[in-house]
Design a protein around this ligand. Sequence first.
Ligand code: SAM
Length: 399
Amino acid sequence: MNNLKIEKLDNFGRGICYVNDKITFVTNALPDEIVNIKLTKESKKYNEAIVTEYLNKSPKRIDNICPYYEECGGCNLLHMSYQDTLNFKKDKLESIIYKYAKLQRDIEIIPSKDFNYRNKVTLKIKNYKYGYYKESTHKIIPITKCYIAETAINDFIKDIKYLNVKNGELVIRSNYNNELLLWLKTKEKPNIDIPYLKEHYKISGIILNDQVIDGESSYIELINHQIFTVSYDSFFQINRDICSKLFNLINEYINDNEVILDLYCGVGTLGINASSHAKKTFGIEIVRNAILNAITNAKINKRDNVYYMLGDASKCLPKIKEHLNTIILDPPRAGLDKVTLNTILSFKPDKIIYVSCDPMTLARDLNELQRVYNLEVIKGLDMFAYTNHIETFCVLKLK
Ligand SMILES: C[S@@+](CC[C@H](N)C(=O)[O-])C[C@H]1O[C@@H](n2cnc3c(N)ncnc32)[C@H](O)[C@@H]1O
């Protein structure tokens, strides 16, 4: 299909054009560009396409620096300047919040340090080749470097061969001190060259499936002078710089002597950060190792009045019998389930701090919460720079 004009961007950062009046989403295309395209998917309501030729390029297009960009399913905004990616995220967040929660806001997006921010990557290994999957496929795009991953991870990637694994998956995590935690998932019994890896890298631990084969099962992270133990299967915010900014933002809205609940608390980060002057803090989390980490982390950071519950948010929440001043919510992408949302509404905490990694489910939940709460603050944080994703920070106060 030839000579099509890209009208605007969709929420995934894809260009939108029309083929015989059918909406068509075009990867790596910017508004006002004139392109020839090849359809990669046709359905009743829409098409997906890639560009075969740029007939007129946007002056805003920049040469992306990554040799894997065209194929890799990792980042998708590398053809924009960093400032334009922030503008895109601002428009996206404002329009979703307006469309699905009927809230019209001018939303500031807090920038990240741009490249080399990711402290965790998951690489697929197939037939001794390792890399990311090509978008929407199981085809491996072999890589030797990832521009958004931390330098310690990139240094290690070139030596993955010393793991001697033919097929599997490798999760690499790095910390503030360039230490690495390696979690290898494979059906094989690989002959890992541990002496070589330990001689060349600061290895906190190597975990094979669920067995520690060297070092520890967790690593230590440091954010704003607070120390967190994080086990191989526990969640941790993937951008340390933005995590630090998120901590500071949260603390702007916490008063002394509050009773705080950190719901979906992971290893306890947000609640521990917010509770240096709290009366009492609760945390609820479903992953066992994460809650064990949280208990340790509360001790390390000298928080005495912290109580953790292991289990599903909707089932643990009703067990809290005290009035809560603040609930900090940081749910997975799916947002709040109905039971949890209704329990929160019945608890009527003075304030809700909602941290979200998915604007769509956030808007859906805000729509419900605003029956009883006013949205006082909303900001975007560029946790996932150069991808179409955005983290959002909200403060809601009881009406
Ligand atoms: C986005 S992470 C946030 C973790 C933590 N607040 C942080 O900043 O590191 C979401 C957390 O919710 C946990 N989780 C997912 N579903 C849950 C559920 N139904 N009940 C309780 N916790 C859940 C996950 O294991 C994960 O640790």
